[in-house]
Design a binder for this molecule. Structure first.
Ligand code: FES
Length: 56
C-alpha cells in the first residue's frame, strides 16, 4: 500500500527503513524523500512508523 503517492513510497519501504534504524519522519525524509512534495503523507507515515517501532 502506498503511503506517499508523490514519491511512490510504500508501507513496506517504511518498515524496511525502520528496521535499518529510521526513528522519525525526518529520517524517512532523508532516506526516502517522504513528504518532500505535498506533505499529505506525513501523518500516516508517522502512524506506520510508530506502530512499527512498537513491534520492535
Ligand atoms: Fe507524500 Fe505528497 S504524498 S509528499
Amino acid at each position: 500500500m502506498f503511503v506517499c503517492i508523490c514519491k511512490g513510497i510504500t508501507e513496506k519501504q517504511i518498515k524496511a527503513s525502520v528496521a535499518e534504524g529510521a526513528s522519525s519522519v525526518r529520517d524517512l525524509y532523508r532516506e526516502l524523500e517522504l513528504g518532500s512534495q505535498c506533505g499529505k503523507c506525513v501523518g500516516f507515515a508517522r502512524e506506520v512508523l510508530t506502530s512499527e517501532q512498537a513491534m520492535c
